[in-house]
Unconditional design. Sequence first.
Length: 155
Amino acid sequence: MAIMMVGGAAGSTTGGVKLATVAILFIAVVSTVRGQAEAQAFGRRISQQLVFRGMAVIALFMFAHFLLTLGLAITEDVIADHGFGFLPIMLEGMSSVATAGVSTGITPELSSPGKLLLCIGMYVGRLGPLTAVYALQRRQKPMKYRFPEAPVRIG
């Protein structure tokens, strides 16, 4: 499921969050663990804005997968003994949102609302990350003022 979530390289027709997005977040994590103030790799600095965009794309993708899996769990009665297991439902949801096409073979047995949810998931998966990136790339207005930083403890 992780490979379906990542998808392919930028500019390709694959679904998922794209390899470059995952690489940027991985570099940001490694830079943070090393105690560096900025994300950097291979002698180049990665802007904080780009790291935030990557986090937003992955968060939106995971939220879409969560909603789709929840909807499938409700429509397909996963909790009942005669229903599908939760893992096949999660895989179908990830495959749909990532537009990967991988299936456990339960798709023909899904109810009509479940199939409709998969169709919506495929549509969101194809347009969702692309639309999210374009929405996040719109021109930002210059800030007239800045709030003071809050010392928040993490971890």
